[in-house]
Design a protein. Structure first.
Length: 95
């Protein structure tokens, strides 16, 4: 978008509060104490969105709450399934 401010997804904790305003809509992004989501978290968001879209495309009602297993998410995103991978996934959800 021409003239749009861009905030790249960080690779280390970013705790800045970001405000976006367009016309009459304002969105504020307040990171957790662990910081904002990083580029390494993007595939988790994509996985979750794909699950919601699959439900919509199948004619299922979609709620604001998504239920999934950590193991399925790790496999679908090409991550390891070690104890450390589960710890990193937990940290990603906390962001």
């Amino acid at each position: 978008m021409p003239g749009a401010r861009r905030y790249p997804v960080a690779t280390r904790p970013d705790r800045r509060i970001l405000n976006y305003v367009h016309n009459d809509v304002q969105v504020t992004v307040t990171p957790s104490v662990r910081g904002r989501a990083t580029i390494f978290d993007a595939d988790i968001l994509i996985f979750c969105i794909s699950q919601l879209m699959a439900g919509l495309n199948a004619g299922r009602e979609v709620s604001r709450c998504l239920t999934l297993t950590a193991h399925d998410l790790l496999l679908a995103t090409g991550r390891e399934t070690s104890g450390d991978a589960y710890r990193r996934l937990k940290e990603a959800f906390e962001r």
